[in-house]
Design a protein around this ligand. Structure first.
Ligand SMILES: Cc1ncc(COP(=O)(O)O)c(C=O)c1O
Length: 381
């Protein structure tokens, strides 16, 4: 079976992790933590990095930094992982959903503008499957209405966005460097992985200090075991950060490999009737975190059946997200009643992603494409 993801670890990771074991720096202090934070923040063009235990806790910490009040609203895409919505709901604020753009599968930025109310405090764009959200309109809205942007860049390490493309100062900027706060996951299927891990990035010193406090039980610097606020133990270990530092050193290669894989899939699958492939808008350099396919209804099967048939040919896949407005846990809380987001609903049923990890070989890529072609041909016969 060709797995949907397999991490690609190298000698440098082993060297750095061995150093942690040899020197005894295995918990949440040590040189790799600070280096990981500094180098990742630098890479993304932000001033501060605060490493945490995973991408979900990164979102929880980032949202807590905004001091939202019950009834405040945060706009986010319905088509995302539950971590985004849970970080908002936990604070007592209200998640306000928008549908996705049918091409990029990222949030529909026009709908975001329509959903702003006097209670809106923030927008949470999520760069889906490695393609950047169209950030300019969101940044303009944030400026106009005094809103914070929390960018969830968990799936978009190294992806770039052409900011200000309609003006004289257009410039490519990395995802995770565009919002007031941004978050990353370093789970095993991400471009950079620490096994489990995450990071919050911010330019503002106060957010960074707040995030460091929240990550570490809100210990006060002036007096140990004295707390004025409730925090968490969301610390990352030096062992995990050692893996991250080793991979940042070859980040350009990692991005190039992912882009090669994505483009190679597109070359081989383009023109196959009944399949929508990932796009790369002119203002985006995407990283194909996961190579998604959306099956046309005319194919006569949904993604579950498509995935089952591919599995029969030795190819593992994963279904797309199911929208937040269709999640029983939120409906039971009275959220998103009767809300309907047709694009997310459609791609949630018709979409899946193919093996996309760094370890996919050229032979495996050919095998996956042959399997896709075979399933797509059989359904017509
Ligand atoms: C967009 C997005 N945000 C957040 C997360 C949560 O990250 P983690 O699994 O590290 O908690 C994920 C996980 O894949 C994700 O895809």
């Amino acid at each position: 079976m060709i797995p949907v993801n397999e991490p690609l670890l190298a000698a440098r990771e082993l060297e750095y992790v061995t150093e942690c074991v040899r020197t005894g720096w295995i918990s949440s202090a040590g040189r790799f933590i600070e280096e990981f934070e500094r180098r990742w923040a630098d890479y993304c063009g932000m001033k501060h990095g605060v490493a945490v235990s995973n991408g979900t806790t990164a979102l929880q910490v980032a949202v807590r930094c905004l001091d939202l009040q019950p009834g405040d609203e945060v706009i986010l895409p319905t088509f995302t992982i539950i971590s985004c919505a849970l970080a908002i709901v936990e604070t007592g604020a209200r998640p306000v959903l928008v549908d996705c753009d049918p091409r990029t599968w990222c949030m529909d930025v026009t709908q975001a503008a329509e959903r702003i109310t006097p209670r809106t405090r923030a927008i949470m764009p999520v760069h889906i499957y490695g393609h950047p959200v169209d950030m300019d309109p969101l940044l303009a809205l944030a400026e106009r209405h005094g809103l914070a942007i929390i960018e969830d860049a968990a799936e978009a390490h190294g992806a770039e966005y052409l900011a200000g493309r309609h003006g004289p100062h257009a410039a490519w900027r990395r995802c995770g460097g565009l919002g007031r706060l941004s978050t990353f996951s370093f789970y095993a299927n991400k471009l950079i992985t620490t096994g489990e891990g995450g990071m919050v990035l911010a330019d503002d010193d106060r957010y960074a200090e707040r995030a460091r406090g929240l990550r570490n039980l809100c210990f006060r610097p002036e007096r140990r075991f004295y707390h004025t606020e409730l925090g968490y133990n969301y610390r990352l270990t030096n062992l995990q950060a050692a893996l991250g530092v080793a991979q940042i050193e070859r980040m350009d290669q990692i991005v190039a490999r992912k882009r090669w894989l994505g483009q190679a899939y597109t070359e081989r699958l383009a023109g196959l009737p009944g399949l929508q492939l990932p796009v790369e808008e002119s203002w985006a350099r995407q990283v194909y975190w996961m190579y998604g396919l959306v099956l046309d209804e005319s194919a006569g099967m949904d993604a579950t059946e498509f995935g089952r048939r591919l599995r029969g040919l030795g190819v593992e896949t994963r279904p797309f997200f199911l929208g937040m407005h269709e999640q029983p846990v939120f409906l039971a809380r009275g959220l998103f009643q009767s809300e309907c987001y047709p694009v997310a609903e459609r791609i949630g049923r018709q979409g899946l992603y193919l093996p996309s990890g760094l370890a996919v070989t050229e032979a495996q890529l050919e095998q996956v494409c042959a399997a896709v072609r075979q399933v797509m041909t059989e359904r017509r016969t």
